[in-house]
Design a protein around this ligand. Structure first.
Ligand code: HEC
Length: 117
């Protein structure tokens, strides 16, 4: 039993170290860090509404007064870093507000732009 606890402790410390390595970007590139944040930005992943690489996606389709309405997450591959920051920090009708640092926003920006090259 004690041995099992030790194994879990080692695994936990391992995971903690990995997270801190990610944060200072020494073992993964800015692009990979951006991809990770894009999919897991301390909130709903951007990929759910903007597609795998920011190309845009249909989030949901529903009927309103007999009319079909498509809820669409726009293509965000061409936004500037300033637009990206503004969008993340403001309130929207559909999109949630995020609390990301400048570094994190820059990483997501790198991810969105590299994917196109
Ligand atoms: C629940 C769905 C949803 C999620 C999750 C989401 N968005 Fe959005 N986003 C939208 C929608 C819909 C719009 C259009 C404005 C509106 O109606 O909210 C939008 C607008 C934007 C815009 C402005 C686009 C333009 O052309 O001006 C940017 C940039 C953006 N999102 C980036 C992101 C990033 C980066 C993430 C992840 C951190 C994210 N979004 C997560 C749905 C979402």
């Amino acid at each position: 039993m004690a041995r099992l606890a030790l194994v879990f402790t080692v695994l936990f410390i391992g995971a903690a170290i990995q997270v801190s390595l990610c944060a200072d970007e020494s073992f993964i590139t800015q692009y990979e860090y951006g991809q990770m944040l894009y999919e897991n930005p301390r909130g709903i992943g951007c990929n759910h509404c903007h597609g795998k690489a920011g190309e845009g996606a249909n989030v949901a389709t529903y009927m309103d007064d007999g009319k079909k309405v498509v809820l669409h997450g726009p293509d965000i591959r061409r936004v500037t870093i300033e637009e990206l920051r503004k969008s993340l920090e403001s309130r929207h009708r559909v999109m949630p507000t995020y609390f990301l640092t400048n570094n994190e926003i820059r990483a997501i920006y790198t991810y969105l732009h590299k994917e196109r090259e």
